[in-house]
Design a protein around this ligand. Structure first.
Ligand code: ZN
Length: 359
């Protein structure tokens, strides 16, 4: 068997909804469908690079007022804010979050079948077969969720199938890991009692719990409670880049024990040993992180989690159109076609199937 020239990729994290929300305008869905010079991800770039689907994040920055009034909001990216910011008001956050969910629903509606909001692995497989983009709704930070989990029911009905209890800031559910390099991910207390309840509720509803922005204590709080595989949708190896956002070998071993999964992040801050934001970072460094996590978490426990539209990424990838350069890097490393397929999408679909099956 030989792989197709363009290998399909399922991706663990992008922030295109935030980029489009900040852009504003009723034509924002069309901007995604028709593409443009801005940003890492839109439909034409996805088609060009083999970006066949992925988790689309709803993320509300700390400074974001409804309708783009945050004075410094535009300069910040979700994976690059320098320090944890204070908690944000529930109604304000819900309004912004609803705006971003609405954007994805409108993109799907206006796409006439070319973009689909997928709620199951069979939805994703069908989209793959029919050449449609498979979007899964994800929420990064549970600030929009009330203490009775009522908004979670509404979001689930809208398609939400993945949730990070915290972003890199404290909230009612726990303490996120602040952005520090070099730093251990052990930066403070983990989940609150409400956060622990949220994990149980997500297990019951079949919603994937994303570990990527938790600190070490929060990570192991989830590990102790959850009955699903442990998944970090967009994180790297702490052994290679000593950033607080990255996973230690002890965490990777714990992920392996649960048949869990890590999506490797292209953010240069989490790739480089010096933690710098610098597009002049070799694509090979992404492969180095894949290789380390392969050794620690196993051949079924690694895939991709780009952080497109949320981070500074290597110029050798550039944007979604350049994704096959990464596949070339895997080939150059001597990976078999079978392993490349696992890394590009099969492992992601495997862990989603196991997680969403827990309903
Ligand atoms: Zn993130």
């Amino acid at each position: 068997m030989t792989l197709p020239r363009v290998v399909p990729i399922f991706d663990g994290h992008n922030d295109v909804l935030l980029r489009l929300y900040r852009r504003g305008g009723t034509d924002a869905p069309r901007a995604f469908l028709e593409g443009g010079a801005d940003g890492h991800l839109d439909l034409p770039k996805a088609l060009q690079g083999g970006f066949a689907g992925g988790l689309f994040a709803v993320f509300v920055p700390s400074s974001e007022a409804p309708k783009n009034q945050g004075s410094d909001a535009k300069s910040k990216s979700p994976d690059e804010e320098p320090r944890p910011a204070p908690a944000v008001e529930l109604l304000t956050v819900q309004k912004t979050a609803m705006g971003m969910v609405s954007l994805l629903l409108r993109i799907a509606r206006e796409s006439r079948g070319r973009v689909r909001v997928c709620r199951s692995v069979s939805d994703i497989q069908q989209a793959f077969e029919q050449g449609a983009l498979a979007a899964v709704l994800h929420m990064e930070g549970a600030e929009a969720i009330d203490t009775n989990f009522e908004f979670l029911d509404v979001l689930h009905a809208a398609g939400l199938r993945s949730l990070g209890p915290v972003w890199s800031r404290p909230n009612a559910f726990g303490h996120g890991v602040p952005f520090r390099c070099p730093s251990s991910p052990d930066t403070g207390p983990g989940l609150t009692d409400l956060g622990k309840e949220l994990i149980r509720v997500c297990n019951r509803m079949g919603i994937l719990i994303d570990l990527s922005h938790l600190n070490e204590k929060g990570f192991f709080d989830v590990a102790a409670i959850s009955n699903a595989p442990l998944v970090a949708t967009h994180s790297n190896a702490h052994a290679l880049s000593p950033h607080s956002r990255n996973l230690t070998d002890v965490q990777l071993a714990s992920i392996r024990e649960t048949d869990g999964f890590v999506g490797v992040n292209y953010s240069t801050s989490f790739l480089r040993p010096d933690g710098r934001r610098d597009a002049d970072t070799p694509v090979e460094l992404v492969i180095d992180h894949i290789e380390h996590i392969l050794r620690q978490a196993g051949e079924n426990g690694v895939g991709l989690g780009s952080d497109f539209d949320g981070a500074k990424i290597p110029s050798g990838i550039g944007d979604a159109a350049g994704l096959q350069n990464l596949v070339q890097g895997m080939r150059a490393r001597g990976y078999s076609d079978q392993l490349i397929e696992k890394l590009c999408y099969r492992n992601w679909l495997r862990v989603l199937d196991q997680t969403w099956g827990h309903t």
